[in-house]
Design a protein around this ligand. Structure first.
Ligand code: IMP
Length: 200
């Protein structure tokens, strides 16, 4: 696998929550993380139906536009009893105003409509590293857990207040960043990225 040497890496996301987590993970390495927003890069429309497709689309666009390697994250919450929804549409369930209280209420209502007692869910993350010459690599991570209502905690972002990872009794939003880092779908995908592209 092609290694990433010291230098700039574009983090191809406009999502502040993801950006903070990825910057924290990259910190120990000799890589300068540059946010897509800081380079005035556009946010491409997510037209694919899979996490991998959307991650590649975002990384490719940022690498082409910047002439630098770019890392994109496509992720979401997949609820078992909802057939994997909201899935790749997790951000869109929050609407234009990015109202995640509304998105979490929508998940709760959908589970009530389904009349199910199965509240199992998982978070999925696919990272894509794209190079300006067109080479790409994908890394996937997931974390299993269960949804719990009402939402609890004010840390993290997105659906964190309703997601309790397996083996734990607090939601991601009730955990410190370091605790979420040890468990999360993003961290698991990132660890694979490190092993393949950053480790000597
Ligand atoms: P996208 O990858 O830009 O389509 O957005 C993914 C969406 O999934 C985010 O806006 C969040 O709503 C949700 N999501 C992804 N990762 C997490 C996480 O670690 N915690 C909470 N929500 C997440």
């Amino acid at each position: 696998m092609r290694k990433l040497g010291p230098g700039k890496l574009v983090i191809a996301t406009h999502n502040a929550g993801k950006l903070n987590e990825i910057k924290g993970m990259i910190e120990p390495f000799q890589i300068e993380a540059v946010a897509a927003g800081a380079l005035d890069l556009d946010e491409p429309e997510e037209t694919e139906k899979t996490f991998a497709g959307n991650a590649a689309l975002k990384a490719r666009a940022a690498a082409r536009a910047s002439g630098l390697p770019a890392l994109a994250d496509d992720s979401g919450l997949a609820v078992t009893a909802l057939g994997g929804a909201p899935g790749v549409y997790s951000a869109r369930w929050a609407g234009e105003k990015k109202d995640f209280a509304a998105a979490m209420a929508k998940v709760e209502a959908a589970l009530a409509d389904a009349g199910t007692e199965d509240f199992s869910a998982r978070f999925v993350c696919v990272l894509c590293l794209a190079w300006p010459d067109g080479e790409e690599a994908l890394f996937e991570g997931e974390v299993k857990g269960a949804l719990r209502f009402p939402p609890r905690g004010d840390k993290g972002f997105g659906y964190d207040p309703i997601f309790v990872p397996e083996g734990h009794d607090r939601s991601f939003a009730e955990m410190e960043a370091s605790e979420k880092r040890a468990l999360s779908h993003r961290a698991r995908a990132f660890d694979q990225f490190i092993a393949a592209c950053l480790a000597p």
